[in-house]
Design a protein around this ligand. Structure first.
Ligand SMILES: [Zn+2]
Ligand SMILES: [Zn+2]
Length: 138
């Protein structure tokens, strides 16, 4: 873990970019269908940072609000040019910003330590060790 590491995240075209200091407080891996759709991939990974860790937050973005699996709201900010979603905020976690791990393009980014909706994971996905946050299957 590194308190002073400087990390840069950006969208695909590079106009929406963030700089953060230090490691995320935690890293979520979510296998739910909403996250599969959002990411266009088999699961989503995001690091949760305290707002004060964000040193720079630049570029145009569009807000998309959607309900969460728990019936709350999730505010996604995505690049209006290339469509990549770089971050989101949830009401449940005031003062925190979740930044999509892939946008850092950094293989040293901390591994997920909270695993959500494991029962929605594709059968070929090998889940990393971490706290199982999965609610019981419906
Ligand atoms: Zn972009
Ligand atoms: Zn999810």
């Amino acid at each position: 873990m590194s308190r002073d590491a400087i990390r840069n995240a950006q969208c695909s075209c590079g106009q929406f970019r963030l700089t953060v200091r230090g490691d995320p407080e935690w890293v979520n891996m979510c296998n739910c269908y909403d996250c599969q759709r959002r990411s266009g991939s088999a699961f989503h990974i995001a690091g949760f940072f305290r707002e004060e860790q964000v040193l720079e937050n630049e570029g145009d973005r569009t807000l998309y609000r959607r309900p969460t699996n728990e019936g709350r709201t999730l505010d996604l900010e995505f690049c209006p040019v290339c469509g990549v979603s770089l971050l989101f905020r949830v009401k449940l976690r005031p003062g925190m910003v979740a930044i999509h791990a892939g946008c850092f393009a950094d293989r040293d980014f901390p591994a997920p330590d909270k695993i959500w909706f494991a029962h929605r994971a594709h059968p070929w996905v090998v889940l990393p060790p971490g706290e199982n946050m999965t609610p019981p299957p419906e």
